[in-house]
Design a protein around this ligand. Structure first.
Ligand code: GLU
Length: 329
């Protein structure tokens, strides 16, 4: 090839390259990015977020929305990230959805005041408050945690917040425990089996990877969370209910275990665009059978119950549009 021809070829290919990069830019400009805050990778929020994004991203060519669902610190961190515009949507326990809306109970919510722009999309599975203890710890009931090494989980998790609600009612402080650890949900099974802690807690759907990890890696069992304080919490708050962790679900726990729990919900902000919210909700409910197959905790979900139960914030207008189209409201 002569030098001249070579030059011409180079010029041509860079022109093609330029055209290609222009069209990439044009597509990128039309694309909307949606982030859904989840929780630890061995929880169920992570599965919810990943599943929803998978369904949304199947239709990116049609609606231009690209969805990601990173692992996060959990409910309270998600609500705060949505409030600050760092995440578009997030998973949140029904108790913390309520308290964020009212600016109550949790330190960070009280400081920020009412989150009036908080909007609900739907609720998902139930989350029994789950206590798992080493078999050699002597812990047979929640009340036995006094004087033990307990992982309270990271600040920002909904689990931590709910634990603090129970502790407040019981008049417990961090001093009540021999050790009050702050490991993240995904770190606690290993800490339990390494004998660094006696007990771990997790408000989570079942079966959960974290509880499976703890009960298969060492001798550990699910422990009842019951009593006057729990009954009082259930009686005084619509977002709490009696819950059972079915026997046989985890190694070492053949009998049903009684506890209480909340609903897992998905929230967003009124500031998030209605068309985007509409498409995300549509991706879930248009493909509902597929969604339900993605985790056993979703087995019994029913769309009409999901758009009413466990929600305290108003539904987002984009979600309402879809639910009305379906005749669900
Ligand atoms: N409910 C938990 C929390 O907010 C997260 C559960 C999960 O990741 O599935 O701390």
């Amino acid at each position: 090839m002569s030098l001249k021809n070579k030059l011409a070829t180079t010029l041509l290919s860079s022109a093609v390259g330029l055209a290609a990069s222009f069209s990439v830019t044009a597509n990128a400009a039309e694309q909307t990015y949606v982030t859904i805050g989840t929780g630890g990778q061995t929880g169920v929020y992570y599965v919810v977020g990943q599943s929803i994004c998978r369904l949304v991203n199947r239709q990116t060519a049609d609606h231009g929305i690209k969805c990601t669902a990173p692992s996060t610190g959990g409910s309270v961190a998600n609500i705060n990230a949505v409030r600050q515009g760092q995440q578009d949507m997030g998973m949140a326990q029904s108790d913390w959805q309520f308290h964020a809306l009212h600016g109550s109970k949790h330190q960070t919510f009280k400081e920020q005041g009412k989150f009036e722009d908080l909007r609900a999309l739907f609720s998902v599975h139930n989350e029994p408050f789950t206590l798992v203890a080493r078999a050699d710890s002597g812990i047979e009931h929640f009340d036995d945690l006094e004087g033990k090494r307990v992982n309270l989980t990271n600040p920002g998790s909904g689990t931590r917040g709910t634990m603090e609600v129970i502790m407040e009612e019981k008049g417990w402080t961090n001093e009540t425990f021999k050790l009050a650890a702050e490991l993240k949900s995904a770190e606690q099974a290993q800490a339990l089996c390494d004998n660094k802690i006696d007990a771990m807690i997790y408000a989570v759907g079942h079966p959960s990877g974290a509880i499976k990890e703890a009960t298969t890696s060492c001798d550990a069992k699910v422990i009842p969370v019951t009593g006057d304080v729990i009954n009082k919490l259930i009686k005084e708050n619509d977002f709490y209910a009696n819950a059972t962790i079915p026997g046989g679900m985890y190694k070492g726990s053949d009998q049903d275990v009684a506890t209480f729990g909340n609903a897992a919900t998905m929230v967003t902000s009124a500031k998030v665009d209605a068309d985007t919210v509409y498409q995300v909700v549509k991706a879930v409910f248009d493909n509902f059978d597929r969604f339900k197959r993605l985790h056993p905790a979703f087995n019994n979900l029913d769309p009409k119950a999901m758009i009413s139960g466990g929600l305290s914030a108003p539904l987002h207008e984009g979600a309402v549009r879809y639910y009305k189209e379906k005749g669900w409201m």
